[in-house]
Design a protein around this ligand. Sequence first.
Ligand code: IPM
Ligand code: SF4
Length: 453
Amino acid sequence: MAGETLARKVWRSHVVRHGSTGDDLLYIDLQLLHEVNTPEAFAGLRRAGRRVRRPDLTVGTEDHTTPTVAGSGGDPVTRRYRTLMADNCAEFGIPLHRLGQRTQGIVHVIAPELGLVRPGMTIVCCDSHTTTLGAYGALAFGIGTSQVEHVLATQTLPMARPKDMAVTVTGSLPAGVTAKDLVLALITEAGTAAGQGHVVEFRGDAVTGLSMEGRLTLCNMAVEMGARAGMVAPDDVTFRHLDGVTRDDEAYWRSLRTDEDAVFDTELRYDAGDLRPHVSWGTNPGQCVPIDASVPDPAAFGDDRRAAAERALRYMDLRPGVAMRDIAVDVVFVGSCTNSRIEDLRVAADVLRGRRTAVETVVVPGSAKVRRQAVEEGLDRVFAEAGADFRALPGCSMCIGLGDRLLPGQRAASTTNRNFEGRQGSGARTHLVSPAVAAATAVRGRLAAPDDL
Ligand SMILES: CC(C)[C@H](C(=O)O)[C@@H](O)C(=O)O
Ligand code: SF4
């Protein structure tokens, strides 16, 4: 038998039944839920008179709409989402990590913290950035509301098997260059549709050399290159991040790794040796340049991308030829499921230590646990002394503009994953950056890397 990929092995071990229409019925090991996109799924269950098949394999959190300032309670519209979520979880017996609890946070950040994620699992969630969890060698993907209902009712999901893509990154990341820069560069090179219909396995020395947190950042943005899921093969780095790993676990997880003779449907190669910090100039994550470059001229793009570039520059209020380093921002945001883990906050704090921010700087931890750890390490003081606003409560915050948001016309350097029009607030402009670039930008008031300070 020909060799198999990691994704294929995980898939095969979860097939309950091969369907007649080409879909497989997959067993789902874990379903995660948040307050957006789930009310309809529960309503559907209720209408059909069904219960949740495995409440013990289902976990909810509140993150998208939660306020980040203690005691604010949030506005009535977003409160309604959370009331509905709490009522639904109570009615169907699903554990819920609520605002104010020690375990609450962004769904993709708390799932590993709670020990819910192990290599080889199938994991779904009503959220496109579920790809994040593939960093552990799990097959994790976002699903829509009707699929959420299906999984709630049956703990299975009919799905067409995705194709396999390998993204092999050779070399090692230069100093000051992070997983975020790598993934922005990859998406810019390959395009936002490159991964469509595929599970992407990130491989190569530059990937295995990443910390767990770096791998989470990388897989988080697999969906921004159009992929169904992103994965990194489980190795010693992975095992160190898991509790209670036995020899048998390790042996099984190692056996899931892609076989030498496995063939991918699509392969991309990239060398990380000369990579520089990357910054987006446009309105999709594939519109980035190295920070040393200038805003590109749409005329330089092929027909397929020119109109989008022109439109993006209009929305972003940028002219071709302007040096990225000359772009002044109003706000810096460090947070989101892409970059709000402890390592991200440490990087930002290292840059801010002993310096002052020149613009409004908001730091929102990905989870209550991340915040506690940051306080233990004294990062809260570093942020305060730099004049940055380290929020009391975790959540998606300014990433999606449901709770906290930018004002119309404001420009932000943001460690998030989407720079779409209006994403961080109506009329707001987003430059996607790493935590290091975000912090340097906060100090300088214009896009900057730590080297510039
Ligand atoms: C609201 C939610 C469904 C959405 C997603 O699917 O990703 C959000 O998390 C996002 O990042 O755009
Ligand atoms: S932090 Fe942003 S990208 Fe992540 S789940 Fe929340 S809204 Fe989506």
